[in-house]
Design a protein around this ligand. Structure first.
Ligand SMILES: *[C@@H]1O[C@H](CO)[C@@H](O)[C@H](O)[C@H]1NC(C)=O
Ligand SMILES: *[C@@H]1O[C@H](CO)[C@@H](O)[C@H](O)[C@H]1NC(C)=O
Length: 387
């Protein structure tokens, strides 16, 4: 453990300088159009002495990014199933990625909180050997992507597939988790896997068997829920459950006409007798339209306001007019009521009589005396019967 380099956060800045000593690792050589897999092994990051085995419970997570950038290059993906399992950097470089790329990997030990940084130098180059124009993509439902990235399952897959293809060298071109292609995370039931797409290329043409599986007839059967036409023995079967409905074949032996590079001209269109250029638009004055749009509603609003004002102010029925229209007997009746009310009000204002007993809170029936208020009114009888 003494060999483990522990960097406290303050020293992380120094790590770039120190990293130079660790980058003495041999560069890796991913090839354009071929799958590249790099395993982030716990042992290489723990820097244990030769004879010490990594504890199976050691938890390490990784973060990888392109040097000077926050994330990985587009072609490279990172995956790790759990902190006790190794991580993988995998992907297929395209021709635009050719050249040197430096990936910085930081490992975090989840138990000791130590971090270790490592640099991977990738020299991406073109593959040698024959082109692989015949490419087939298979959806393997029985595996997660991490389970096919190590070399053993990959070569086993290729061996199994060799029984279905014409003899010839098969190479894995691309590996993608089905989750990255719109697949769903499976239910946490034993034996359910996410699925992985494996793209294999070869220089030898497809076998009749593969062609049949990918034929339109076969797809029609799949669409109806029937098994596809698999005319040969499924040599992948015991280890890999391939979804034979999702096999896609690409034949690049004849370059597609769409791939032609468009020739770049001088920018002047050729003369076309049917081309009719748009006539020049005449300048238009929109003032009139704007005035009509604004003034007409304003005018209407003004008219309505005036009308309303006239009705409210000038057409009011005056009190005099109303009184004149009312019969005399009604007017007399009305004014009598008003007078009487007024008189009653005046009388009430001047009277000096005590309040009626019934309005007092408590009173003696005989003497009519009120009681001084008591504290606990709940114990006071409503009517006092005193001699
Ligand atoms: C590999 O497969 C993924 C998913 O289908 C795709 O996005 C990517 O472009 C492929 N890479 C190459 C180099 O074809
Ligand atoms: C598999 O193929 C079927 C039929 O071609 C298609 O409907 C389905 O979406 C495919 N599934 C996946 C995961 O690609």
């Amino acid at each position: 453990m003494a060999a483990v380099i522990l960097w406290i956060p303050l020293l992380v800045g120094l790590s770039v300088g120190l990293g130079g000593t660790q980058a003495q690792q041999n560069p890796l050589h991913p090839l354009v159009g071929r799958v590249f897999v790099h395993t982030l092994d716990h042992a290489t990051f723990l820097r244990l002495p030769e004879d010490t085995a990594v504890q199976p419970s050691t938890r390490i997570t990784y973060h990888a990014h392109l040097q000077g950038h926050p994330d990985l290059p587009r072609w490279l993906r990172y995956t790790q199933r759990s902190p006790t399992q190794p991580g993988f950097l995998y992907g297929t470089a395209t021709s635009e990625d050719r050249g040197r790329q430096v990936i910085e990997v930081t490992a975090y030990n989840r138990d000791t909180f130590a971090t270790t940084q490592k640099r991977l130098v990738l020299l991406i180059g073109d593959p040698e050997g024959p082109r692989l124009p015949y490419q087939a993509e298979f959806l393997v439902r029985s595996h997660d992507v991490e389970e096919v990235l190590p070399s053993t399952p990959t070569s086993r897959f290729l061996t199994g597939l060799g029984g279905l293809w014409e003899p010839g060298e098969l190479q894995v071109l691309n590996v993608t988790s089905a989750l990255d292609c719109g697949g769903r995370v499976p239910l946490p039931i034993e034996g359910r896997k996410e699925g992985v797409y494996i793209k294999v290329g070869s220089a030898t043409p497809f076998s009749t068997c593969l062609k049949m599986v990918a034929s339109p007839d076969s797809h029609a059967r799949c669409a109806q829920g029937q098994p596809p036409l698999l005319s040969c023995y499924d040599t992948l079967a015991p280890h890999f459950r391939v979804d034979w409905c999702n096999v896609s074949l690409v034949d690049k032996s004849v370059p597609a006409p769409a791939d032609e590079v468009p020739t770049i001209g001088d920018g002047i269109l050729e003369y076309d007798p049917f081309f009719c250029p748009p006539t020049e638009a005449t300048a238009r004055d929109f003032l009139e339209d704007a005035l009509v749009t604004l003034l007409v509603p304003l005018l209407v609003a003004l008219l309505l306001t005036l009308l309303l004002a006239y009705v409210m102010c000038c057409r009011r029925e005056g009190r005099l007019k109303r009184d004149l229209a009312t019969s005399d007997i009604q007017m007399v009746h009305h004014s009598t009521i008003l007078q009487n009310t007024e008189e009653l009000r005046q009388m009430a204002a001047t009277r000096e009589v005590p309040r009626p007993l019934s309005t007092l809170p408590m009173f003696n029936v005989r003497t009519g005396e009120g009681l001084p208020p008591r504290v606990d009114s709940a114990q006071v009888p409503l009517i006092l019967d005193q001699p």
